[in-house]
Design a protein around this ligand. Structure first.
Ligand SMILES: Cc1cc2nc3c(=O)[nH]c(=O)nc-3n(C[C@H](O)[C@H](O)[C@H](O)COP(=O)(O)O)c2cc1C
Length: 243
């Protein structure tokens, strides 16, 4: 089994990277490869539409070599951080370039996939987007997971008294929506009673980093996703042998 993990996080050893790698490890795949998109050069689609003729993108960057790995993979594990309630631009560009796999043939059809979206509040929007998009491309998405990562405001140096940190941006007082940010970060952050979102910040930051894989639920979900990919792969192989 060849598993390709792709991370859209530019942060070194990020939560996204570590969750993608944990899923990869749980597959027990003999062949595993991890690509960090911020370490390679994959730009956005330029809508040249040349790929319509031959399923090949004519942009001269690293996507040409990466596309060979994508086509070889039995399973893709795609992970992205949440930036402005969207995937990172690294992941968005990668997904746009997968447009070249459509047209003459739906080249990714039937490949297995698992997706990961890491954020502090609105990661479920990204998770839904990534899962749906991969399904549209013909992949079999066996599972999509989300995790809460390190909010940048925990370690920017101004989080204690900044009126505009993420926990205020996404607060129920401002948005009317419960994003679960205060509840998820109680070990890391205490928002004080005199905090007024976007007027006066007041918080005690207890920890500057959240290691998502240390959360038992996240580690369990990553392992389960990896195992599910393996099981589906083995089922497909057995069916092939029988036919
Ligand atoms: C430019 C930028 C924008 C962000 N916007 C959001 C956002 O809209 N919603 C959210 O939930 N988190 C947002 N975040 C927080 C990240 O999703 C969070 O830091 C996450 O842990 C990053 O994942 P990583 O540690 O794997 O890189 C933003 C972070 C950055 C740097």
């Amino acid at each position: 089994m060849y598993v390709l993990g792709v991370s859209g996080s530019p942060v070194i050893d990020s939560n996204t990277d570590r969750i993608v790698k944990a899923i990869m490890a749980a597959t027990g795949a003999e062949n595993r490869e991890f690509i960090k998109l911020s370490d390679v050069n994959v730009g956005p689609c330029r809508a040249h539409m040349k790929c319509v003729e031959n399923n090949r993108c004519d942009i001269d960057d690293d996507f040409a070599s990466i596309s060979r790995k994508v086509l070889r993979a039995d399973a893709l594990i795609l992970g992205t951080p949440t930036y402005y309630s969207a995937p990172s631009s690294f992941m968005k560009s990668f997904v746009e370039r997968c447009y070249s796999f459509r047209h003459q043939r739906l080249m990714l059809k039937g490949k297995l996939c698992a997706t990961v979206a890491v954020g502090s509040a609105s990661e479920s929007l990204v998770s839904e987007w990534l899962e749906k998009t991969m399904t549209f491309e013909g992949l079999e998405v066996v599972g999509a997971m989300t995790a809460k990562g390190t909010i940048c405001c925990l370690n920017c140096g101004h989080g204690n008294d900044c009126p505009y940190p993420a926990w205020n941006t996404f607060s129920k007082e401002r948005t009317g929506i419960e994003y679960g940010i205060k509840e998820a970060y109680t070990k890391y952050l205490e928002v004080l009673p005199d905090n007024v979102p976007y007027e006066k910040g007041a918080a005690v930051i207890k920890s500057t980093k959240r290691d998502a894989m240390m959360e038992a639920e996240v580690a369990k979900r990553a392992e389960a996703l990896g195992k599910r990919l393996r099981t589906r792969h083995d089922e497909k192989m057995q069916r092939l042998v029988r036919v």
